[in-house]
Design a protein around this ligand. Structure first.
Ligand code: DAH
Length: 339
C-alpha cells in the first residue's frame, strides 16, 4: 500500500513539473511503460498473500487511471501554451482592409471630370424645389398628362403664390431655369448633379436616384453640338468602341427631343439578351424649348441651346452590366467591394 502511494506521488510530481511536451513524452514510458515501477508492482501481485492481493490490485489500477488523467490534462495545457507563445513566421499576414468610394460617387466624379474637359462646370440646385422650377417653367402646366410620368412626391408645406407647391425634385431639369436666372447672359455650360425622387421601384428604378443634367446655351448652338458632346462623353465613359444614336422622342421642355441610345457593351451592337437589338437607352435630351428660355429671361431669337438629363445609376448599370440597380443601395459589402 505504502509503495503504491509513494510511487503515485512521485509520478504526479514528475508530470506536473514537466516544462515542455518533449519532457512529458519521455515520462510516459517511464511511468506507464512495460518496465515501469507501476508495471513491476502489478507483476508482483501474485507474490502477495491472497487476502491483500485484491485490494492491492484495485489500488494499482486506480493509481494508473488517475495518473493517466493527470498526464492528459498536463499535455493539453502544454499544447495550448505552445500555440500561444510560438510565432509562425510563415503564416500569411493580416491585411489592413481599405474602403473605397461608393460606385455612385465614383461615377459622379468621373462624369464631372469628363464634362469639365468640355467646359461644363458643376452647379448645385435644390433637391426640394418649387413646382415652378420642376414643372411650370419647363413648359409643363398643372394637370398636363405628361406630368404623370414623373410620379412626383409633393411636400406637405404652404404653397407659394408664384412658385406653387414644393416637391422632392423628380429630375434635375429644375436646375435649367435656375441656372439661366443665375448666369443671366449666356454662354451657359452647366452640369447639375442631384438626388431625385419618384414613386417607382423595380429592377431599373429606385425611389431615390441620381441624375446629371447638362445645359448649354449660346449663340448658334445646333444639334451637331449636342451629338458631338454625347459622342465625346460616351467614348470617354463607356469606351472608344461605343457609339450613340438619337431617337426622336417628346419632352415638353425641348424641341426637337431625343432619346439617346448607346451601343451595347456586351454584343457591340449586334443584339443580345441584355439589349435585344444592340442599343441601350441612356436618357432624354433635346434643343431647349423657346418657352423655357423665356422662363429664364433669355431671348430665344438670339440664343439656342441643348439639354440632357440622364440617370447615374442607369449609366453605371450600362457600364458594368448590372442586372438590378437596387443592388447599389443594399449596402452588401460582397457586392460593393467588387468595384
Ligand atoms: N428630365 C427628363 C427626365 O427626367 C430627362 C430630360 C429629357 C432632361 C430631355 C433634359 C432633356 O434636359 O432635354 O426624364
Amino acid at each position: 500500500m505504502d509503495n503504491i502511494k509513494k510511487l503515485r506521488e512521485e509520478a504526479e510530481t514528475k508530470i506536473l513539473s514537466a516544462q515542455n511536451l518533449e519532457d512529458l513524452n519521455k515520462l510516459y514510458i517511464e511511468i506507464f511503460g512495460k518496465n515501469s515501477a507501476l508495471a513491476n508492482l502489478t507483476k508482483n501481485l501474485s507474490s502477495l498473500p491472497p487476502e491483500s492481493r485484491r485490494q492491492a490490485g484495485a489500488n494499482i489500477n486506480q493509481a494508473k487511471q488517475d495518473l493517466e488523467k493527470l498526464y492528459q490534462t498536463k499535455r493539453v495545457s502544454l499544447v495550448t501554451n505552445r500555440k500561444s507563445t510560438q510565432i509562425d513566421v510563415t503564416a500569411p499576414g493580416k491585411k489592413q482592409q481599405l474602403g473605397h468610394l461608393h460606385l455612385v460617387s465614383q461615377a459622379i466624379e468621373e462624369i464631372v471630370e469628363i464634362f469639365s474637359k468640355l467646359g461644363f462646370s458643376l452647379q448645385s440646385y435644390p433637391e426640394v424645389d418649387w413646382d415652378w422650377y420642376a414643372f411650370e417653367a419647363l413648359n409643363m402646366p398643372k394637370g398636363h398628362p405628361a406630368r404623370d410620368d414623373w410620379e412626383t412626391f409633393f411636400v406637405d408645406a404652404p404653397q407659394n403664390p408664384k412658385y406653387g407647391r414644393q416637391v422632392l425634385t423628380p429630375h434635375t431639369s429644375n436646375g435649367q431655369v435656375r441656372e439661366m436666372e443665375a448666369v443671366k447672359t449666356p454662354p451657359i455650360r452647366m452640369i447639375n448633379i442631384s438626388r431625385c425622387y419618384r414613386r417607382q421601384i423595380d429592377v431599373s428604378h429606385t425611389p431615390m436616384f441620381h441624375q446629371f443634367e447638362g445645359l448649354l446655351v449660346d449663340k448658334k448652338v445646333s444639334i451637331t453640338d449636342l451629338k458631338g458632346t454625347f459622342d465625346f462623353f460616351t467614348k470617354t465613359f463607356f469606351g472608344p468602341n461605343r457609339i450613340t444614336r438619337l431617337r426622336p422622342h417628346h419632352f415638353r421642355f425641348t424641341e426637337p427631343s431625343f432619346e439617346v441610345d448607346v451601343t451595347c457593351g456586351v454584343c457591340a451592337g449586334r443584339g443580345c439578351r441584355l439589349c435585344k437589338e444592340g442599343w441601350l437607352e441612356l436618357g432624354g435630351s433635346g434643343m431647349v424649348h423657346p418657352k423655357v428660355l423665356e422662363a429664364g429671361k433669355i431671348d430665344p431669337k438670339t440664343y439656342t441651346g441643348f439639354a440632357f438629363g440622364w440617370g447615374i445609376e442607369r449609366t453605371i448599370a450600362m457600364k458594368t452590366e448590372l442586372p438590378d440597380i437596387r443592388l447599389l443601395y443594399q449596402n452588401d459589402i460582397r457586392f460593393l467591394e467588387q468595384f
